[in-house]
Write a protein that binds this ligand. Structure first.
Ligand SMILES: [Zn+2]
Length: 440
């Protein structure tokens, strides 16, 4: 449901570039970044040498496929400075995210990297209708996490009035939103949903008391149904944004008001889709693992960084006029994917079923266990206040309905446990939805 009609583009020259011209620009930038890595980062030099490659072998984007991959474990192994490709005096910022072990993942930025990152986010903010007239509330955490500062910088670049709320304190968030007249909210979709529910519980009619127009929600996967819920709660356009610390932060890709995939900022990063098992590149339209190569980064460029996010790329023209390819919603992670009795299950599939069942709230927890050598999936779902006061047979009916719908989507029988309203822990950051008790 498009609520805004005016479509603005921050940087037409870049965002609507002819694709042939873009390819040339990408190839030129790719040659430069490969050279930079080869000269400054021993890990990349050694990996290229092991493949018999010199920087001169990489001439165009078609040669990307010969380059070595980068994994998150490489960032951990090279922690903290091993992958930095710029001298210490040029690094002006460190950002980070939690790693797989105790140490965080850190990324270094030069002044130009910060400038380019802000540019990418400014495009996302503009696509959501943001201008120098806008009031933008940033509810992502500030700190090492890229969400807060990332959105802050992009919103500042377009000249908006930024409210750096950071995460948490729901009552205060809603008060500031109303008092200051926030137009655009930036936070995780699960927190947006929680804010919206709280708003409605407080009896606030957003049309009367808020000035909200749009939301830019990211840092965790969400579904089309969740978008609709958030849009209804706030009466706004809810747009997706994608990014990761290893590549820049939020703004690597962003949605336009068409809401049909996120445009990848291809003048700064080159996306690929690969088969996660064979590691071969796949054509546009195929579902596979998303891989990024940064082509303007100086501080810590990445060659073929494996995101482990499952996604598709769409190169068909978008009605908004931007020519950058669009990435679909992330449908799961290669490493988040649950394999239950041999079946691949993504939490997003389960969510898409639950949001379509009347009587349950889109808050759930998946508990996997192994009983008598057989995997068991238990889906704990919150019922709504209304359904909670229903009769026992009403609850049984609801349980059966969820069971049947789930089975038709994931192909597995799951135990459904209905739980009381507001008993599943709410997150103010990334929602934790899986408890895997199997000892594999
Ligand atoms: Zn578009």
């Amino acid at each position: 449901m498009a609520r805004q009609t005016e479509r603005r583009i921050w940087n037409k020259a870049a965002e609507c570039m002819d694709r042939e011209q873009l390819r040339e620009l990408q190839s030129e930038r790719l040659r430069a970044v490969v050279q930079r890595e080869y000269e400054n980062v021993p890990m990349y030099r050694e990996r290229m040498q092991a493949k018999g490659l010199t920087p001169f072998d990489i001439r165009t984007v078609d040669d990307l496929r010969y380059l070595p991959f980068t994994e998150k474990t490489d960032l951990r192994d090279q922690y903290p400075y091993g992958l930095f490709a710029a001298p210490r005096q040029e690094i002006v910022r460190i950002q980070g995210s939690s790693g797989t072990t105790g140490k965080p993942i850190v990324a270094g930025y030069t002044a130009r990297d910060i400038e380019n990152w802000s540019e990418m986010v400014a495009r996302a903010v503009t696509a959501a209708g943001g201008t120098n007239e806008s009031i933008i509330q940033v509810t992502y955490g500030y700190g090492l996490f890229t969400g807060g500062l990332g959105l802050h910088q992009g919103a500042s670049k377009v000249g908006a009035q930024v409210i750096p709320m950071s995460s948490g304190n729901t009552a205060r968030q809603l008060m500031m939103m109303e008092d200051l007249g926030t137009n655009i909210l930036c936070c995780t979709p699960s927190y947006a949903l929680f804010l919206g529910e709280t708003l409605r519980e407080n009896g606030v009619n957003p049309k009367e008391r808020l000035q909200m127009k749009a939301g830019i929600f990211g840092a965790e996967p969400w579904t089309e149904e969740m978008r609709q819920r958030i849009e209804e709660l706030f009466e706004i356009d809810a747009l997706d944004i994608y990014g990761l610390t290893e590549i820049a932060g939020p703004g690597v890709a962003f949605e336009c008001l068409e809401k049909h995939g996120m445009h990848v900022n291809e003048d700064h990063v080159i996306p690929e889709i690969i088969d996660p098992v064979t590691e071969e590149p796949l054509p546009y339209g195929s579902k596979g693992e998303l891989v990024f190569t940064t082509i303007t980064k100086e501080g810590m460029p990445m060659l073929r960084y494996r995101t482990h996010d499952i996604c598709q790329l769409d190169a068909t023209p978008c009605a908004c006029g931007r020519t950058f390819v669009r990435m679909a919603r992330i449908t799961g992670r290669t490493d988040d994917m649950l394999i239950i009795r041999g079946v691949n299950v993504f939490p997003s599939q389960i969510e898409s079923v639950l949001v379509n069942v009347k009587g349950v709230a889109p808050h759930y927890m998946l508990v996997v266990d192994r009983v008598n050598a057989t995997d068991q999936l238990e889906v704990q779902v919150e019922v709504t206040e209304e359904a909670f006061s229903d009769t026992v047979s009403g609850m049984e009916r609801l349980t059966r309905e969820i069971q049947e719908k789930l089975k038709s989507v994931i192909g597995l029988s799951a135990r459904i446990k209905l739980v009381a309203p507001k008993t599943i822990p709410r997150s103010e950051g990334k929602a934790k939805r899986i408890v895997d008790n199997r000892k594999l």
